[in-house]
Design a protein around this ligand. Structure first.
Ligand code: UD1
Ligand code: MG
Length: 377
């Protein structure tokens, strides 16, 4: 790793770390976070070990792919999500046993994630048509939606209260809340999968969003608050820390030059974990803000996804073999090609760093929007 990459990675660690130290100083850091961190560090090293062991097995089974930006190289193992997914589930179930979590949503969330890992692996092995993937994503989120018994209220902005001169602070949108959450979860799982094609990008964006989710929930912790909100923040932290542990292990092998591809097993798994955490933690609107790059990429892609323009199997930038840089392609309507056409050709690693920095900027902006909304709107 270069100095710049190490610097950017350490910022990702420092953000939650400063909040953890802050909570320690206030005496507000519960013991469960420390135990969870220790379990997750073990999970990280175990995942690293298992990835190494699984790589030759995937190659032997023919589950492999060619790195399209490195012509002439041998195929490398694909679908390493088949290690990170089950490792994550094992770690979460272990924590659930330790903390005796009996919330039905928690179990339903685990079922949805499990379903999604299965679907992702099925896609990697069988190359399922994308319409079928969308239907199956709807089925995967159903266990959580059926079990969801939490609030379906949304806050009314201050200016709306003034305009309609109402004293209500929130409105119950009932079934529409569940419909929104269902569609949004399907969006999460598929949108990470299509902001892809550059080494480290799928897992990198998932980590940046995961860190933002962790910071958000650490900020929610308040020892003087006895409401259910604290439980939701606690569950979110328990669900996101193991996700970061397995994702960092995957990143170590997927960072440019990649030794493994994450496969759709990982992209679907990560999208579903983030959606489940947001539903159980009651912050889907904040997650939507963290997903701004994925929303932009989806909007750019929509004309091709809907068939208004022809779409090839891969919508990747073009490699200039002399310079080793990637250039944006006009016929591919997505964020990475659009970005390269603005900033000019970049190496694969630099392009990935650019998109990840943009992702981080969007997450910081999301916190800004939340603050402004609470203070003024
Ligand atoms: C999505 C994108 C597709 C993009 C692909 C890359 C849409 C609708 N689909 O398809 O345009 O090309 O992801 O993952 O936007 N690969 C690399 N380098 C990487 C990652 C992947 O060369 O860093 C190649 C490898 O050949 C690998 C293949 O992409 O085998 C994996 O593609 P897959 O994840 O199956 O593609 P989709 O998710 O269907
Ligand atoms: Mg994919």
């Amino acid at each position: 790793m270069t100095l710049l990459e190490k610097f950017l990675l350490s910022i990702l660690f420092l953000l939650p770390l400063t909040q953890i130290i802050n909570l320690f100083q206030q005496g507000a850091l519960p013991l469960y976070i420390l135990i969870t961190i220790v379990v997750c560090i073990c999970c990280y090293f175990f995942t690293l070990y298992l990835i190494k062991e699984t790589m030759p097995l995937l190659l032997k089974a023919g589950i492999q792919g060619r790195d399209l930006h490195k012509p002439g190289t041998d195929p490398i193992p694909e679908s390493i999500g088949i290690v990170s997914g089950p490792m994550y589930l094992g770690c979460v179930i272990l924590l659930q046993i330790v903390y005796q979590i009996k919330l039905s949503e928690f179990n339903a969330g685990i079922t949805s994630i499990c379903f999604m890992v299965l679907l992702g692996f099925m896609d990697d092995v069988l190359n399922v048509r994308w319409r079928v993937k969308i239907y199956l994503s709807f089925v995967s989120i159903l266990p959580l939606i059926v079990a969801y018994s939490g609030s379906t209220y949304v806050l009314i902005p201050k200016f709306v209260k003034i305009v309609f001169s109402t004293a209500h602070t929130a409105i119950d949108i009932g079934i529409f809340y569940k419909i929104f959450v269902t569609f949004f979860s399907v969006f999460c799982t598929n949108s990470i999968n299509i902001l892809a094609g550059v080494n480290g990008l799928e897992v990198g964006q998932s980590i940046v969003i995961g860190v933002a989710v962790l910071v958000l929930n650490l900020l929610r912790l308040n020892p003087n608050d006895a409401s259910m909100d604290q439980e939701y923040a606690r569950f979110s932290i328990l669900l996101i820390l193991p996700f970061l542990a397995v994702s960092f292990a995957v990143l170590k092998f997927n960072w440019c030059p990649a030794k493994v591809f994450v496969g759709d097993t990982y992209t679907y798994f990560s999208g579903m974990v983030l959606a489940v955490v947001a539903v159980i933690g009651h912050f889907p609107e904040m997650l939507a803000l963290f997903f701004i790059p994925q929303i932009l990429n989806f909007l750019f892609s929509l004309p091709q996804l809907l068939g208004f323009f022809p779409m090839s199997r891969h919508r990747l930038p073009k490699l200039n073999q002399k310079t080793g840089k990637l250039a944006g392609q006009k016929q591919h309507h997505n964020l990475i090609n659009f970005w390269l056409r603005i900033v000019g050709p970049k190496t694969e690693k630099m392009l990935c760093i650019h998109i990840l920095v943009f992702q981080a900027v969007c997450c910081v902006a999301a916190f800004g929007i939340r603050y402004l909304y609470r203070e003024f709107l």
